[in-house]
Design a protein around this ligand. Structure first.
Ligand code: GLC
Length: 645
């Protein structure tokens, strides 16, 4: 215990708001935070970086695995254009490992407000952390290796969420399945093609006018029976839950929330009126324990109908507009009406409407009741989505303690990893987003988020068969494996494409891998380890390993090297040790070859994917199945790595 205390040191700036991310108590250190120069008046911490120092972590962000060379701002935001100039995405995960020639440590900047990590962006050799408010708990973690530091950090934030095993099955999703027949058609088509499927996701159209905890009776006239019917076919239905609660007389969730004072309030005490899918909504105050319990209990409505998985969305929270801001904008537009709009006034006019959504000023218009204190939203913005998922996770422990429920969220903060996983939000049908998906996994794992994955094939835009094929070749290794897309884009269910056999084989390979993946996943959760590791985390002495940002170890036995370039039929792969290359076409059809340490160009046709079995290790493969419950774990075959058994 004493040793641990010395390896993790806690420093306190100002008067921090407790995020409940860290589950252990630490004495507060006197003196300065090590490694950084702290300027309280400038609200910054600065560190000077040597040329080859590296920085890993920060969870779900843009760009590569080594975060150096850009600035990242933790500020959960609903932005679907994840281009490399974006500083903020849906998540706020403020843990990183600094791995330099003379400075090696981990740091968790625990503050629920906005914080920026400029890692050589404005000044190439300066790492500057800017805190909007200078109130934070700072944890400095020492260790002999990157993995040592990561494990020690994970040891202080509590164990990662473990989903039920069926949640490793494949899930088909699309914003656009309108009724039970649409869902039935999807399942029928998968079955007809003999393609594995475990779940179908219900997006917002299953609800009655986008009201949480309701089911549209015209579209799903006998929901409970339908859930039962699907369950009989081995299919789980996974409904979406949104953060905003529709304002509508007679709607129980709205009326109870108003009566009990469970919604976030403006300065004058009135409930904030914002708008999302249903038009005007109130936002539950997930930071208020009573409101959290109340909202959590609402999941019972769906649990009682046989539902055992959910995805929590729009919980940054995303805001189309607030009633107050909309009014201001209409007034300003009225002034402009009839004028000759010139360069300045036209752009002002355009900006007025565009600036309505997710407006930074709107996040200052409302307050939470957090641990008995009235706190303005922007000060605690990054823990809002976390607490929505916590509401659900805590409720599941109360309502069905003996059952594992699938839960994942769009917005997140460290601490939420105890209650659910994440998906990486609205990506695009871009090859660069396949690479981004690969590169986001280690950062997420470092921060405790093990159950994660991206919208396979891309959410926005029309996917192409080859992109979907290559993406699936990576997604079959991610714990959350879901194909999801936007309304009115090209339908991307696997049975719609030309090379159905290749997709079927990939899905079957996923199911053959599930015993290995679930075993490695639970081991990582129990041992505070990572499922996806960059090469350098295992080979710190190997300079080449630091260069490789498109290959990952997945669990103890294998390394994957996905093809993520359009029209590529092979790729360079770096082997940090002698490994057995397995070129899979299906669980039964693959080539094997032992390759030595070093660089290799390896062919991989569009229907082939590359897995490398490590020295002394083996990869178990189960017999193919179309549902996780049918996986035969008795007759496993083992592909052995060099010098194994
Ligand atoms: C958000 C989600 C997306 C979902 C859509 C409609 O954009 O990120 O996954 O399909 O809302 O609910």
């Amino acid at each position: 215990m004493e040793e641990v205390a010395a390896m993790v040191r806690k420093y306190v700036f100002g008067n921090p708001i407790d995020t409940e991310s860290v589950v252990k108590e630490f004495p507060v250190e006197k003196g300065n935070v090590p490694y950084f120069e702290v300027a309280i008046n400038e609200k910054t911490m600065k560190l000077s970086m040597a040329a080859n120092d590296k920085v890993y972590g920060l969870g779900e962000t843009v760009r590569g695995i080594n975060k150096r060379g850009f600035r990242y701002t933790s500020n959960c935001v609903d932005d679907h254009v994840h281009t490399e100039d974006k500083s903020s995405l849906y998540a706020a995960q403020n843990f990183f490992v600094y791995w330099g020639s003379d400075k090696r440590f981990g740091m968790f900047v625990d503050t629920p407000g906005k914080v920026s990590f400029d890692i050589g962006d404005r000044e190439i050799n300066t790492f500057e952390i800017d805190l909007e408010d200078f109130d934070a708990n700072i944890y400095v973690i020492d260790g002999d290796s990157i993995m040592d530091i990561v494990r020690r950090f994970r040891g202080i934030i509590g164990k990662s969420y473990i989903p039920p095993k069926w949640a490793f099955g494949f899930g088909q999703s699309r914003w656009g399945y309108m009724n039970e027949q649409d869902v039935r058609d999807v399942v029928d088509n998968y079955d007809k093609q003999d393609m594995p499927l475990e779940a179908v996701y219900l997006d917002i159209d299953y609800m009655e006018n986008y009201k949480d905890f309701t089911v549209n009776k015209e579209r799903f006239p006998a929901f409970k029976e339908f859930v039962e019917e699907m369950k009989g076919r081995g299919i789980h239905l996974i409904p979406i839950i949104d953060a905003g609660v529709k304002i509508e007389d007679g709607y129980d969730v709205y009326e109870e929330g108003v009566r009990e004072g469970y919604f976030v309030k403006k300065e004058n005490g009135e409930n904030l009126v914002a708008a999302v899918w249903p038009g005007k909504v109130h936002f539950p105050d997930f930071l208020n324990e009573k409101a959290r319990n109340w909202f959590g209990n609402k999941y019972k409505f769906l649990l009682d109908q046989g539902i055992d998985g959910f995805w929590n969305d729009m919980n940054e929270p995303a805001i189309f507009y607030t009633e107050d801001h909309l009014k201001e904008v209409f007034e300003e537009i009225k002034v402009l009406e009839g004028q000759n709009l010139d360069v300045l006034s036209f752009f002002k006019f355009q900006g007025l409407v565009e600036g309505l959504s997710n407006n930074a000023e709107d996040y200052k218009r409302f307050y939470h009741d957090y641990k008995g204190q009235k706190i303005r939203h922007d000060k605690v913005h990054n823990i809002y989505g976390y607490n929505m998922t916590r509401a659900a996770g805590e409720a599941f422990e109360r309502l069905c303690p003996d059952k594992k429920i699938l839960m994942f969220s769009r917005a997140s903060y460290i601490g939420m990893h105890r209650y659910g996983g994440v998906w990486t939000g609205d990506n695009q049908t871009w090859w660069s987003h396949l690479l981004l998906n690969i590169q986001q996994m280690p950062g997420l794992n470092m921060c405790g988020f093990l159950y994660c994955g991206a919208d396979t094939g891309g959410f926005w835009g029309d996917t192409t068969e080859d992109l979907l094929m290559r993406w699936t070749q990576f997604s079959i290794f991610t714990p959350l494996f879901r194909n999801h897309s936007l309304k009115d884009t090209r339908n991307q269910e696997y049975y719609r494409f030309t090379n159905k056999k290749d997709f079927r084989n990939l899905l079957r390979l996923r199911y053959a891998l599930i015993p290995y993946l679930y075993d490695q996943f639970t081991k990582a959760a129990v041992e505070d380890d990572m499922l996806f590791k960059p090469l350098c985390f295992e080979y710190p002495e190997d300079e080449m390993a630091y260069e490789v940002e498109d290959q990952l170890f997945v669990g103890d036995s294998i390394m994957v090297a996905p093809v993520y370039r359009q029209n590529s039929v092979g790729r360079y792969v770096y082997l940090p040790e002698t490994m057995k290359m397995v070129r899979f076409r299906s669980p039964e059809d693959y080539d094997e070859e032992v390759l030595g340490k070093g660089n290799h160009y390896i062919k991989a046709a569009i229907n082939e994917l590359l897995v490398f079995v490590r020295e002394g290790k083996k990869l178990p493969l189960a017999g193919p199945a179309n549902r996780t419950g049918d996986i035969n774990e008795k007759d496993m075959i083992y592909i052995t790595g060099p010098h194994c058994c």
